[in-house]
Unconditional design. Structure first.
Lengths: 111, 114
């Protein structure tokens, strides 16, 4: 069964801390997405990765294909980063654009 | 990029009634999807909305309960029929960008069934 595991489930950090959220998956993938969901429910796509590393502002996403693992890092965290972060992967052969989602990591950044 | 809007943003409905959710995209897209997110859970794909043909449903979802229309490449509707409290969820519309690399999501429709 193709699975996506995220850790931790919940994370509380002080403003300014460096944050890491992890995602691991069971078999090889064709792409991995990091998504951000705010309390209202809307989802924003942060990154799409198939290899290496991407950076956007204070956010950095890395992926290790051999280890089947990805991390999302937030530098100098801020209360406005408080959200649920979701890892989603596309498994080859699962339907061209079908995504499998992790359960999410709820991040709370305290001032 | 693609900007997606959904209507309504939220609703509270009575058991046994139906609600139609609209999804509008600001550009023509090939692949359009409907997801459900039950409280405390991750997203589950309901169906792929196909333009000009019947939607493709995932296991556990049927057309009678979740009829979908896709009259053109920028618009789709999802109806939640004969609702029960178990249908209380966030329903999200999603599209795939050109080339299939990026996934865009709508703001979601938060449905509460009493």
């Amino acid at each position: 069964k193709n699975e996506v595991e995220q850790s931790p489930q919940n994370l509380t950090a002080q403003e300014g801390e460096f944050i890491t959220i992890n995602c691991s998956y069971s078999v090889g993938i064709s792409a991995l997405h990091w998504l951000q969901q705010h309390p209202g429910g809307g989802i924003v796509s942060l990154f799409m990765l198939s290899s290496g590393k991407k950076k956007h502002g204070r956010l950095i996403a890395t992926i290790n294909i051999q280890e089947k693992h990805s991390s999302l890092h937030i530098t100098a965290s801020h209360p406005r980063d408080s959200a649920v972060y979701i890892c989603a992967v596309r498994f080859p052969g699962a339907g061209s654009y079908q995504l499998t989602f992790g359960k999410g990591t709820k991040l709370s950044v305290i001032p | 990029s693609a900007v997606i809007s959904q209507k309504p943003s939220r609703d509270i409905c009575q058991r046994g009634t139906s609600l139609t959710i609209q999804c509008q995209v600001d550009s023509q897209v090939t692949m359009m999807f409907w997801y459900r997110q039950q409280p405390g859970q991750s997203l589950t794909l309901i169906a792929t909305a196909n333009q000009g043909s019947e939607a493709t449903y995932e296991s556990g979802f049927v057309i009678d309960k979740f009829p979908i229309s896709r009259p053109n490449l920028t618009f789709s509707t999802l109806t939640v029929s004969n609702m029960s409290p178990e249908d209380s969820s966030i329903y999200l519309c999603s599209v795939t960008g050109a080339g299939g690399d990026t996934q865009y999501f709508g703001p979601g429709t938060r449905l509460t069934v009493l």
